[in-house]
Design a protein around this ligand. Sequence first.
Ligand SMILES: *Cc1c(COP(=O)(O)O)cnc(C)c1O
Length: 464
Amino acid sequence: MVDDKIFLPEDEIPKQWYNILPDLPKPLPPPIDPSSKQPVRPEMLEAIFGKELVRQEVSQDRWIDIPEEVREVYRLWRPTPLIRARRLEKLLGTPAKIYYKWEGVSPPGSHKPNTAVAQAYYLMKQGLERATTETGAGQWGSALAFGCMWFGLKATIYMVRASYLQKPYRRVLMQLYGAEVFPSPSDKTDSGKKLLAENPEHPGSLGIAIGEAIEDTLKHQDTTRYTLGSVVNHVLIHQTVVGLESLKQFALIDDYPDVVIGCVGGGSSFSGTFWPFYYERYAAKKAPKPVEFIATEPTACPTMTKGIYTYDHGDTARLTPLLKMHTLGHDFVPAPIHAGGLRYHGDAPTLCLLVNEGIVKARAYTQTEVFEAAKLFTRAEGVVLAPEPTHAVKAVIDEALKCKETGESKTIFFLGCGHGHFDMKAYEDFLEKKLPAYEYPKEAVEQSIKRLKELYPWLDTLPY
Ligand SMILES: *Cc1c(COP(=O)(O)O)cnc(C)c1O
């Protein structure tokens, strides 16, 4: 009998991360400082991010050593299992083989600790004492709090006030890991105090929370740096442990994916999964099959399928440099009825480049479709997925049903990037039929990009 779960021994945890930068089909357009219209010099980023993380951000090294201390923490839950979803195959009556890499086994419950642990380690090595960040629903905040715990680093997390009040359990998790969590806007920063003076009940937003975390960092340069949980290169690099382990697991069972599927918020979990397969196909040219890559997203936040590929700010408050990416406009506001996660207005620049080159294909689904797919998955496999990877499951089911029509026995591989145990409200709303099939209108994207180009009329003259 063939196993349903493919495990690796702990000494097979990768010793190096993979960096796609030297293997991209074109050079990555650099981040631009809107005041000078010039590429941002890496040294300028060192006031905000850890020094080694800035080095990795622009590194052209294909392989980057994983510090032994980081591997030691990874051993708590890595290598994660590759699981054959045999019961889902049976339920669908498909000849396809379906596998998923299961990151829901990490203690905070998602892929995010893969980078949080590494970032906390490098800040500690730099002699810093504290990491700051913002969090919305709390996935990234809880991963960072967990990461900091191992290296004696303090974590200060600015949590959007509306989430702080409505989603208390992730806040409790962060506090249990030892982090200090402030509802944002807070009275800890000048920007927060100003907003609270205007409205003591201010619900907050991710943009405001980012602003507070960065202000806190800039005011405490000797002890503190800011951290991000997605979008930037160094985060995607750390996530490649997912794909590198998967390659070894497929080799153990003498199989290989025809297609790799993931969901995209900022693009870190999907990139970490497909990059090593991309390396085998396009750089090393040793992939046994012409493996394809499918990125999925919500129609409520359709960056890759309706966004414009242009330079835009990474945040609402326009604190970040301009990044070349598929964007809905930095003033995008997610619809309040959207429960499917993945609410970021842009995506990782490397992923956008590959989407623009046609190497990664993008698909968008409504929240009704994805929660239907998730329900089917739970009833077949027993596992409750986070709302984000349910988008991948919808694409998996579509691909598997296509195989049923054609009789092909494709190997379909997707990333289960997290469990949904803290997301029961979304499932409850779905079961009570309170989640409409919402699509963000193309006109709203166009208007937002028009405002961006009024702000920076020189945007289209950049040579990238
Ligand atoms: C944060 C998160 C995402 C979205 O981020 P990516 O960088 O696109 O991976 C997706 N799924 C889960 C479970 C998350 O916590």
